[in-house]
Design a protein around this ligand. Structure first.
Ligand SMILES: [Ca+2]
Ligand SMILES: [Ca+2]
Ligand SMILES: [Ca+2]
Length: 423
C-alpha cells in the first residue's frame, strides 16, 4: 500500500516544533495549520497569491518499498524501475545458500506509485553474504553488513559493493543480463561509490581504511586519492558516502565518525563530530563543507550544487552485549546501540564562493525529512527525486518506536522536492 506523508520543510530553529507537529491531526489540517517557513521563496509566493486554499508546498515523502532486509544502494533505471541492494538479515549461516544478502529489480507494473505489488520484484542474486558486526566484531551495536552501495553505469552495467566480513569483500561488475562479472577491488570495506562525470572511473569511500580511492573501470587500476585524519574528539573519520559535484567534479565525502572508548565508557556516537568534506580528486586536498553533523552516512549533489546529507541517527542508546540474541522475536525492545527513529535528510545550498566558510549543520540545515529509522543510503534520481534506504539493523528485532514498541523493517522512501526541476 502506498503511504504518503506531506509536510513542510523547516529551518533548524523550528525542527523541535516541527517534530511535535508530526502527528496525524496536524497532517490532516496542514492546509489551515500554523505557518512555518517554506521550503523556498517560490513556494511562499505561490501561497500568497492563491485565490482559495493552496496545497502545502514541501517535500512529499512516500514509502515505495517495505518489508526489506537492510536496503542499501538504490539505482534508478531509465524506465523508472529500481535496482536495490539489501545487506540481508545479518544471519551468517554456515551454508552460503542460506545467506540473505540480495540484489533485486523492482518494477511498478501496476503503476500505482510503489513497488510492493505482486509480480513487481525480480530477485537477481538471492544469496549474497550477510553478517552482523555485533557477533563478528563485538561492536555493542546491531549493525548488518553485506551488499552495500550500487551504481548503474551509462552502458547498463551495475557496480555493487559487498562486505560480507572476514575477507568476503568485493566491488562487483554485473552485466545488464544478470551476469556477475569482474571483482574490481577486494581491498577493504567500500561503503560508498560514485562515478566520475564521464563514467570512466569509480570513486570509493573506504571506511575501514579511512581513505578515498579511485578505480579505473577499464583496467581496475587503483589509486588512493587521500587519507582522512582523526575527527574533533580523536576518533577515526570513517568515510561512508561519496558524491561528485556535477558542476566541477569535486568529491563530497560523508565522514561518519568512529566509536571511542573514553575511561572505559563506550561512545559509538559523539554528536556534532561528523562532517561532509570537499575533496579535489586530483590533488586530494580536503576542505570542510558541512560541520556539526552526527553520523553523516551518505551524500548526494544535484546539478546546481545543492548538497543532500543523510544522518543515520542523532545519538546512541542501549548498547548490547555480543551475546545478545538479535534474532529472538520476544526480546525486550532496545535501541541496540544507535538511537532509532532519529535519522534525517538535510540540504545545504552550493557554497557562495570557493573560499566560503563551511556550513554549520545546526544553523544552516534545511530539513527535508526527519525522525527516520536509521537511514543509510541516498540516491538522486534523474527526475530530481531522492530515494533513501531506512531500517538498518536486524529485521524484525523489537525496538522502541515513536508510538511504542515496534520492529525493525527495511524500507525505501522517495522524497519529491517542490518543483524539483527549478532547483
Ligand atoms: Ca502497491
Ligand atoms: Ca506498484
Ligand atoms: Ca551512496
Amino acid at each position: 500500500m502506498l503511504k504518503q506523508r506531506r509536510f513542510f520543510a523547516t529551518e533548524p530553529a523550528f525542527s523541535a516544533l516541527f517534530a511535535a507537529f508530526l502527528s496525524a491531526a496536524f497532517l490532516l489540517s496542514a492546509c489551515s495549520g500554523p505557518r512555518l517557513p517554506f521550503f523556498n521563496n517560490r513556494d511562499a509566493q505561490q501561497e500568497s497569491n492563491g485565490d482559495g486554499p493552496t496545497e502545502p508546498q514541501g517535500p512529499v515523502i512516500q514509502t515505495v518499498l517495505t518489508g526489506l532486509s537492510n536496503p542499501r544502494g538504490v539505482a534508478v533505471l531509465p524506465d523508472g524501475s529500481l535496482m536495490v541492494a539489501e545487506a540481508g538479515t545479518g544471519y551468517n549461516a554456515v551454508d552460503p545458500e542460506e545467506w540473505t544478502g540480495r540484489l533485486s529489480h523492482f518494477q511498478d507494473a501496476n503503476q500505482d506509485g510503489d513497488f510492493d505489488d505482486d509480480g513487481e520484484t525480480t530477485v537477481w542474486f538471492p544469496n549474497l553474504p550477510t553478517y552482523n558486526t555485533l557477533q563478528e566484531y563485538e561492536t555493542w551495536r546491531d549493525e548488518v553488513g553485506g551488499p552495500g552501495d550500487l551504481l548503474r553505469h551509462s552502458d547498463g552495467h551495475l557496480f555493487l559493493t559487498v562486505d560480507g566480513g572476514h575477507g568476503r569483500i568485493g566491488l562487483h561488475e554485473i552485466s545488464p543480463y544478470k551476469r556477475m562479472g569482474r571483482n574490481l577491488s577486494a581491498r577493504g570495506n567500500m561503503n560508498g561509490l560514485a562515478f566520475s562525470r564521464d563514467h570512466s572511473h569509480i570513486y570509493i569511500a573506504e571506511s575501514t581504511a579511512n581513505a578515498l580511492s579511485v578505480i579505473n573501470i577499464a583496467d581496475a587500476e587503483h589509486r588512493k586519492i587521500t587519507q582522512f585524519g582523526a575527527l574533533a574528539s580523536g576518533q577515526q573519520s570513517v568515510p561512508a558516502g561519496v558524491a561528485v559535484d556535477p558542476r566541477n567534479g569535486d568529491l563530497l565525502v560523508a565522514l561518519f565518525s568512529g566509536a571511542l572508548v573514553i575511561e572505559g565508557e563506550k561512545l559509538p556516537v559523539i554528536a556534532g563530530d561528523s562532517a561532509v568534506v570537499r575533496v579535489d580528486p586530483e590533488t586530494g586536498t580536503i576542505a570542510d563543507a558541512v560541520l556539526g553533523l552526527t553520523t553523516a552516512i551518505d551524500v548526494a549533489v544535484d546539478a546546481k550544487g545543492n548538497i543532500y546529507v543523510v544522518e543515520m541517527c542523532s545519538g546512541y542508546a542501549d548498547l548490547i552485549e555480543p551475546a545478545h540474541d538479535l534474532f529472538d522475536p520476544d526480546q525486550t525492545p532496545v535501541h541496540g546501540g544507535y538511537l532509532r527513529y532519529s535519522g534525517r535528510v538535510t540540504v545545504y545550498p552550493p557554497p557562495a564562493a570557493a573560499d566560503a566558510p563551511p556550513y554549520q549543520a545546526d544553523a544552516d540545515a534545511t530539513v527535508l525529512a526527519d525522525a527516520l529509522d536509521m537511514p543509510t543510503n541516498i540516491t538522486l534520481a534523474p527526475d530530481g527525486s531522492l530515494y533513501v534506504s531506512t531500517g538498518q539493523g536486524t529485521p524484525g528485532r523489537p525496538i522502541p518506536g515513536p508510538d511504542g514498541p515496534t520492529r525493525i523493517v527495511g524500507e525505501v522512501i522517495r522524497i519529491t522536492l517542490p518543483d524539483a526541476n527549478s532547483r
